[in-house]
Design a protein around this ligand. Structure first.
Ligand code: SF4
Length: 320
């Protein structure tokens, strides 16, 4: 709720007038058990910072993060470490996120070893669970003895998923988990994530910029622009009837499979403004084709609009 992350440049101590970078500025959303909420938006809009703030891998400046009603931001580092059993992350680059000195079985067993005082079983039981996790993510038993460099990109990401599953988490933050993979492998990994969700009821906070992947995996989608959420709706509503001008422009950039389908391509003018000095009022007004005088002065609140969207259709625009 109302999550903020403002980065202060180290040089600000030398030049105090230098403004903080408002990477995330007042973001609110919820993710239900067994649900996938995707965060989309162009580079630098704050989606990864939001996802990492939820896990406190980045310490939020203010706001509230609750897991099943328990506030996480006031927990001590030790208490937070224990809660991380329930919050796991799959990183964008599977190679960089795996320890090259550990075998695949050690990588998957490591979280269980770290929590061995909290009912993760004996060494033999952990070995058995590693083998079971390997089978769940489609890795062969003989892969256990291999090192990360001996796997393909897709297999490495399967290993990252097995590691994230090791402690039976309630929420997995997926930080662009397929963007570093070949397209053919992307589909396999996305389908694997969906199967695992159906089997274990895990919630995903899915950060992505590939809208085809987002459309396939999401239940609901939140669109971010310059540190704000500008629209949230269920997937079908958002893709078929977007309301915010930024969402419309973003979706119009998706290629259509049939070249004869009339496509209304809308172009985004200019570059995104700096998050260190965001525009007044609606942050999108400098690029919005519908902007009026009021947009420069008043910040549009994210408010619910009449819609059949599951979970509501929320839009931050004065005119939509
Ligand atoms: Fe565009 Fe104004 Fe709506 Fe912002 S509030 S999206 S500038 S019309």
């Amino acid at each position: 709720r109302n999550l903020r992350k403002h980065y202060i440049s180290p040089k600000r101590w030398l030049r105090p007038a230098r403004p903080a970078i408002q990477a995330v500025d007042g973001v609110s959303f919820s993710v239900a058990r067994g649900e996938t909420l995707s965060l989309v938006g162009e580079s630098g809009c704050g989606k990864t910072t939001t996802a990492k703030s939820v896990m406190r891998l980045v310490e939020p400046t203010s706001g509230s993060v609750q897991l099943e009603g328990e506030e996480l931001l006031t927990l001590s580092a030790n208490e937070m470490r224990l809660r991380r059993r329930q919050l796991q992350i799959i990183f964008q680059d599977p190679y960089a996120s795996l320890n090259p000195r550990l075998t695949a079985s050690d990588i998957v067993a490591e979280p269980m070893r770290n929590f061995s005082n909290f009912g993760t079983g004996t060494a033999a039981e952990r070995r058995e669970r590693v083998q079971w996790l390997f089978s769940r993510v489609g890795l062969r038993p003989e892969a256990a003895k291999k090192f990360p460099h001996e796997f393909s990109g897709g297999q490495r990401q399967r290993l990252g998923i097995a590691r994230a599953l090791a402690l039976n988490p309630k929420l997995i933050v997926c930080d662009e988990p397929v963007s570093a993979l070949d397209v053919s492998v992307q589909a396999q990994v996305v389908n694997l994530l969906m199967d695992l969700q159906a089997e274990f009821g895990i919630a995903y906070l899915f950060v992505a910029h590939d809208l085809a992947v987002v459309r396939h995996i999401s239940h609901r989608v939140a669109v971010m622009y310059l540190g704000h959420i500008v629209e949230i709706a269920d997937r079908d509503t958002l893709f078929s009837a977007p309301r915010h001008p930024y969402t419309e422009i973003l979706l119009s950039a998706v290629p259509v499979p049939n070249p004869r389908t009339p496509a209304r391509r809308m172009l985004l003018q200019g570059d995104p403004p700096s998050p260190a000095n965001p525009p007044s009022g609606c942050r999108f007004h400098t690029r919005c084709p519908m902007a009026q005088a009021v947009c420069k002065e008043q910040v549009p609140e994210l408010t619910e609009r009449p819609s059949s969207s599951n979970g509501g259709h929320w839009v931050a625009c004065h005119f939509r």
